[in-house]
Design a protein around this ligand. Structure first.
Ligand code: BGC
Length: 749
């Protein structure tokens, strides 16, 4: 049965079921002499050891075997009393021992509902897409957003949120880049780590994913991401490593794809070696939905929990695992470890001590959280002649396209959060997964009108270039909204769909005072760029995106987003000009050669190759200007510290993101000339200055030696550059580093 059909059937059955209360489990979990693991003074490890010691074999097996939001076993689709409506997954508890069930929900922008187009859904607050939050370069906002969606998960009865997507944007066409944190391991690790900390501040588990190298959606169930150990550790793995050490996620989700020909959820290298041994990760690994392919092989490689088994070809961790332990092909100690890891995370993240209880949600307060995120995420890419902010004198403003009269676009698939107040446009996109296309009912046009009561607004739907151009002619300002829907299970084209390039071109030809606002999951090509006055990247801006866009366009908010990904000038500049595979043949065993770029992901590849991007990583304009001075470096022990002064040299208050890049001088074995070493978001009144100090993680100055399993800093001269993007580097300083070796277990401390 196809994933979408199954989801629909399970949904329908679940709706007929009375929802359970958490009270029964809370009661069962009360501390007593017979339940010493309920003593919160003990460590999570001690508590897990105590409880696992009391478990029967079947109870251990219960913990490692997941359902798709409902018990589908006897008969196959009988709803389970404990499952939660429309949820991603469910693992029964053990009432006898006070182990609560695991109620799992997607994902990174809020509480998502698994549904088909006609199913009912939960209405919850949606953050801007993950790439948008990364574009804020503001970890505090990522934390607050995480805390907000985690609180909605908790109040909706979920204690495991499948959020924390940190796959690097190796290919700008990856259909899920919108869920992730961009192309740089430091930025992605810091931002996604902050979001996970926020989610887990609600006493629930967050699940970092998709481990690892899930770099494209084309043939995602079969593609093999082929890459050498050192290159992986210096790029995609490093993003996970940084996020994990900053947030201690309770769980890690292994990915659909293969790596060097081995399925991620069967990879001893990924799960046992890198994650659990080298990094000392103590939580559990759950499979992605349909990513388990075996029993003994997967369990022995380090998979701790089979998720939603009906997505797999057969159940692997139910009866087959029991048999495998019985015949010794999976050691008893391995099953005990699986049970320990799962309960340890449940203890460590409050699932026992603070059972989830459904409760009211303060949607008004949460709207402010998502709007604040969106406002700092929006990137002003181009602004010739100060076309923006909208001039007070503008009397006639023409707004075109992308349903901007009613809403803002969101990304599709399992992470889809359905809007409070319903979808602004109905009937768009695929009827089944990963559809529908959802517009949040928060209209940029209406938000603009409310802020410019004196101006006349004209709306054109942008379906016809000639009609749009006619509407645009003679206006004081034209704002074209252009969009590119992105969704799980498919990659997307860098060329705007639905003839939008022709519309923008025709409009800009008719009126040079044209600003383009992009609602995309990442980079797109802009053949009309030289003709338009301004370009704004709004990403998928979330539930209050219309307000956020309007506030930036009017200047109520000074834009301060910076690109977390490179915008290429053409697909020819990419390591793989054409994506490997063919999505119409899902069984195709495809290879994606990531050794081409190795660790030189995104701007590093562009720097190495000398390609001129359309817009560089880190780029973003402001309605003000900022100056940098007094660049200083110091080295103490392992740590390079860089300090400098930032001054708001313009007339508007605003935020800036000074960026520090580091690279060896002369010949080196680095993957690229330089890496992002640090950054800081600052908020400055006109004329004001502040001194910033950033410490560079020594791993960002090192290369990984796979044989010795060490991070090695080579002795010699390094260049520290301070700038406003990877391609706008001003002051430079030279620094000499001594040779240094750090163990693979180095975790920043
Ligand atoms: C996605 C995961 C998601 C899971 C549960 C999978 O298709 O890859 O990111 O958490 O479904 O919905």
């Amino acid at each position: 049965m196809k994933r979408q059909q199954m989801r629909s059937l399970v949904m329908a059955l679940m709706l007929t079921t009375a929802l359970p209360t958490a009270a029964a489990h809370a009661q069962a979990a009360t501390a007593s002499a017979s339940k010493p693991w309920m003593n919160p003074k003990l460590s999570a490890d001690q508590r897990a050891d105590l409880i696992v010691a009391q478990m029967t074999q079947d109870e251990k097996l219960t913990l490692v075997f997941g359902y798709f939001g409902s018990n589908q076993e006897k008969p196959k689709f009988t709803p389970h009393a404990e499952a939660r409506m429309g949820s991603a997954g469910y693992i029964p508890g053990i009432a006898r021992l006070g182990v609560p069930p695991q109620w799992e929900t997607d994902a990174g922008v809020g509480v998502a509902t698994q549904r088909e187009s006609s199913d009912p859904y939960l209405e919850r607050t949606s953050l801007p897409s993950g790439i948008a939050t990364a574009a804020t370069w503001n970890p505090d906002l990522a934390f607050k957003g995480g805390a907000m969606i985690g609180s909605e998960a908790r109040s909706s009865g979920f204690n495991v949120q499948l959020a924390g997507g940190v796959n690097l944007a190796r290919d700008p066409r990856n259909g899920r880049n919108f869920e992730y944190g961009g192309e740089d391991p430091l930025l992605a690790g810091v931002m996604v780590g902050a979001q996970i900390r926020g989610i887990q501040s609600n006493n629930i588990i967050s699940t970092i994913k998709h481990w690892a190298l899930n770099g494209q959606e084309t043939n995602r169930m079969t593609v093999s991401s082929n890459i050498a150990d050192a290159a992986a550790r210096q790029s995609d793995f490093l993003a996970f490593e940084l996020a994990i050490e900053q947030s201690q996620p309770g769980s890690v989700m292994c990915a659909y794809n293969r790596i060097n020909s081995v399925y991620a959820c069967e990879s001893d290298w990924l799960m046992n070696e890198v994650l659990k041994k080298d990094w000392g990760y103590k939580g559990y690994v759950m499979s992605d939905w349909g990513a388990t392919h075996s029993t003994a092989k997967a369990a022995n490689a380090g998979l701790d929990q089979e998720s939603a088994y009906t997505f797999d070809k057969e159940p692997f961790f139910g009866a087959p695992l029991k048999a495998a332990v019985a015949d010794g092909s999976v050691p008893q100690a391995r099953l005990d470890d699986m049970a320990k890891r799962i309960t340890r995370s449940m203890f460590a993240h409050g699932l026992f001590d603070h059972p989830v209880v459904k409760g009211p949600i303060d949607f008004a307060a949460h709207a402010k959280v998502t709007q604040a995120d969106a406002e700092e995420a929006i990137v002003l890419l181009k602004n010739d002649g100060g076309l923006l902010p909208i001039a007070k004198s503008a009397k006639k403003i023409v707004v075109i396209g992308s349903h901007s009269d009613v809403g803002v676009l969101s990304g599709g698939g399992s992470s889809q959060v359905f809007p409070i107040g319903g979808m602004a446009v109905k009937g768009l996109g695929p009827k089944g997964f990963p559809g529908p296309i959802v517009y949040h009912p928060n209209s940029p046009l209406k938000a603009l009108q409310a802020r410019n009561p004196g101006a006349q607004f004209v709306y054109d739907d942008g379906s016809d270039p000639a009609a749009a151009a006619k509407a645009a002619a003679g206006a004081d300002l034209v704002i074209v909204f252009a969009h590119q829907w992105a969704a799980e299970s498919q990659d997307y084209s860098l060329t705007l769909a639905d003839n939008q390039d022709a519309v923008i071109d025709a409009v800009a030809s008719a009126n040079a005072k044209t600003a383009v606002v992009l609602e995309t999951g990442g980079a797109v090509l802009m053949p009309w760029l030289s003709k338009v006055g301004a370009v704004v990247e709004a990403w998928f801006p979330g539930a209050n995106g219309g307000e956020a866009v309007a506030r930036v366009l009017t200047g109520e908010v000074n834009p301060s987003g910076r690109l977390p990904v490179t915008f290429p000038a053409s697909a020819d500049q990419l390591p793989r000009p054409v994506i490997d595979g063919d999505n119409s043949k899902p069984e195709l065993m495809v290879d994606a050669n990531y050794d081409i770029e190795g660790a030189a992901v995104g701007y590093k590849w562009f720097d190495k190759k000398g390609h001129q991007p359309l817009f560089a990583f880190g780029h973003g304009l402001s309605y003000s200007t900022f100056g940098y001075s007094d660049l200083k470096t110091s080295v103490a022990g392992d740590t390079l510290t860089v300090s400098f002064k930032v001054t708001n040299t313009g007339k508007a208050a605003g935020k800036d993101v000074p960026q520090v890049y580091v690279g060896p001088k002369g010949a080196s074995n680095w993957e690229a000339p330089r890496r992002l070493g640090g950054f800081k978001k600052v908020d400055l009144a006109p004329g004001a200055s502040t001194t910033v100090s950033v410490s560079v993680d020594p791993r960002l100055l090192a290369t990984f030696d796979s044989k010795a399993k060490t991070w090695n800093i080579a002795a010699g001269a390094y260049e520290v550059s301070l700038g406003a993007s990877s391609r706008d580097l001003g002051a430079k300083a030279d620094v000499t580093l001594a040779a240094k070796t750090l163990p693979v277990s180095y975790d920043g401390k």
